[in-house]
Design a protein around this ligand. Structure first.
Ligand code: DGT
Ligand code: CA
Ligand code: CA
Ligand code: ZN
Length: 581
């Protein structure tokens, strides 16, 4: 049991006591103990073993006995007793800003409110308004706070956390005495969704760093602070943990707080087997002598490992692979030579012209670009005639305008309800790059969805399966189908699977990427840009690919144009489908 767990139990006991009208002194004692334990640099379990618990301020004999009970049994009877008296949903209610135990208890006793949903109903029905000390303005404020609470509760997609984390870190680097400031945690590992921000600073001037953090425009208020760390609520509703370390510990802390937890446990176990002690402060020998820890490279070197890229640190075999010298050479953004899924204003909902897209892609260093507008079943999608006309226009631009990346003709064609494609095969066969995607009937049974996709892949004209699972982060779950079977058919047909880099799609995800690689299926990273400014989103897809252990050879859009073209045409079905021109 870690300090944060003990602190959480105590904080919850304080809440429960308040909800049940417990003694105010007792409530305060538990809250103080919770804060103290949370910020304690040493594990309470260690202090307990040394019999030093009561030496802490705010911990008397009784609290010490409670901590002991908690550590020894993993439970604490008074906590359990209180929990049994209160509807579990009431505790969540307390996390809403401006909603304290008094209000929650009142709503519970008078209106039988048992949780957030009930409470919201009581707000909207006018029932809450009539209670003492309420009124319409207070209720309106509570409704807004409930909304913010909901937004906060879930994890947010990476792109919503990354920019503010980087902005704060940039400001902290300007503070006198700061030697380094970096983002750690799940953001550094580029997880697709983020719980909270973890920021690390190397400095001996703790107060100056905390003061600057507090002043940062992204920060709303500090919610906790201790001798070398603090936690803030950001204006976005997210929380940020800031830790300040002496420079000699910075690398060890970067490693520890980048995580993941399961990666850390594996590396620490390995260190222990070698007679070393690894912590967020450094690497030490049996006698407690510091061997290193100023850089992450130190940490890995001292435990006999090469540096492991953060995207791999999920405890999913990376430590073993590193030890065996078999880490993948992960794909980098610069390896991507082109983008094979881009929408233009020629159709669909694209808002940039082909020329604008080409120009921006050129700025980003891409060498080729496939214009893949929607087929006729989509709103504003193209019928066969206009699709051919667009392809001709692209050929013309490609031939006449030599500036910028090469243009490829293409389409994002719908996979219809029965697995047929939304345009005639001979039209599709004329195009350089055919992306086929499911945009409808998401609730088909897994069997039917699998049949639809398989049939589309066997059409002989499909090059890429677009956003293969259809998920949208926080909006729509993936549709259900037999992914393994689709992988088999994709390999047999030479169809590539897309990593759609739209930041709230990221579809395929990292786990699917790894499965695809193992199955010998190639992938492409595509922006699915609907505006020139979105072409840069490719980097989100690169991070997914890296988390999925992908290397340059696993991707199609790392090939130079002539090889890519050969590859796109080679796998296509019966030759009679290849219309001339
Ligand atoms: P998140 O915030 O849920 O998106 O995910 P993380 O990975 O950022 O997790 P967080 O913020 O709770 O902690 C940051 C890192 O600190 C985590 O990746 C590993 C390290 N860490 C946190 N708690 C523990 C722990 O109990 N044991 C170990 N070994 N490491 C931990
Ligand atoms: Ca975190
Ligand atoms: Ca954290
Ligand atoms: Zn699509």
């Amino acid at each position: 049991m870690e300090n944060t767990d003990v602190a959480q139990v105590f904080a919850e006991v304080a809440d429960l006591l308040e909800l049940t009208g417990g003694n105010a002194f007792k409530v305060r004692a538990y809250r103080q103990a919770a804060q103290l334990v949370e910020l304690l640099p040493t594990p309470v379990s260690e202090l307990w073993r040394q019999g030093k618990l009561t030496e802490l301020p705010a911990i008397g004999e009784r609290l010490a006995a409670h901590i002991e009970e908690l550590l020894a049994t993993g439970h604490y009877r008074e906590h359990d007793k209180l929990l049994a008296r209160v509807p579990p949903g009431l505790l969540e209610l307390l996390k809403v800003e401006g909603l304290g135990p008094k209000t929650a208890a009142l709503a519970w006793k008078r209106l039988h409110v048992k949780g957030l949903e009930d409470f919201e109903v009581a707000c909207r029905s006018g029932a809450l308004e009539k209670l003492p000390r309420m009124g319409p303005r207070r209720v309106a404020a509570l409704l807004l706070a409930i909304e913010r609470h909901r937004a906060r509760k879930g994890r947010v997609p990476l792109y919503r956390a990354l920019a503010s984390a980087e902005a704060i870190v940039r400001q902290l680097r300007e503070v006198p005495g700061v030697q380094a400031a970096e983002v750690a945690g799940s953001i550094r590992r580029r997880r697709e969704t983020i719980g909270d921000l973890d920021l690390l600073v190397a400095s001996l001037e703790v107060d100056a760093v905390i003061a600057a953090f507090k002043r940062a425009p992204e920060v709303q208020q500090l919610v906790a602070s201790g001798p070398t760390r603090c936690t803030a609520r950001l204006k976005s509703g997210l929380q940020a943990d800031l830790r300040i370390l002496p420079p000699q510990s910075f690398g060890a802390a970067m490693h520890y707080f980048t995580g993941s937890k399961s990666h850390n446990i594996e590396v620490r176990t390995r260190a222990m087997r070698q007679g070393l002690k690894l912590s967020e402060y450094g690497v030490f020998d049996r006698e407690g002598r510091r061997l290193g820890g100023a850089t992450e490279e130190d940490v890995f070197r001292l435990v006999g490992l090469p540096w492991i890229p953060p995207e791999l640190r999920e405890g999913a075999g990376e430590v073993e692979a590193a030890a065996a010298g078999r880490l993948p050479r992960l794909i980098e953004e610069a390896d991507l030579l082109g983008d094979l899924h881009v929408h233009s204003e020629a159709s669909s909902d694209g808002r940039s012209s082909v020329e604008e897209l080409r120009e921006e892609a050129g700025h980003l260093g891409r060498r080729y670009l496939a214009i893949t507008d929607h087929s006729r079943s989509r709103p504003l999608g193209l019928e066969a005639g206009p699709m051919r006309a667009l392809a001709l226009e692209i050929h013309r631009l490609e031939a006449q305008v030599r500036r910028g990346p090469h243009l490829l003709t293409g389409v994002e064609v719908d996979i219809l309800g029965d697995g047929e494609l939304d345009l005639p095969l001979e039209v599709l066969a004329e195009l350089d790059c055919v992306v086929a995607s499911v945009h409808s009937h998401f609730s088909d049974s897994p069997e039917k969805m699998t049949r639809r996709i398989v049939r589309a892949l066997r059409s002989g004209v499909v090059d890429v399966l677009g956003h293969p699972t259809g998920r949208q982060l926080g909006i729509r779950d993936p549709y259900a189908f037999d992914f393994q079977q689709v992988l088999e058919v994709a390999r047999e047909q030479g169809v590539a699977l897309e990593i759609n880099a739209t930041p709230d799609r990221l579809d395929l995800d990292d786990k699917h990427c790894r499965l695809a690689k193992e199955a010998g299926v190639r992938l492409v990273i595509s922006s699915d840009a609907h505006h020139a400014s979105q072409l840069a989103n490719l980097r989100y897809g690169v991070w997914v690919a890296r988390r999925g252990w992908l290397e340059r050879e696993d991707l199609l859009n790392t090939l130079p144009l002539n090889q890519l073209k050969r590859r796109l045409h080679a796998h296509r079905g019966p030759p009679e489908l290849h219309a001339p021109g």
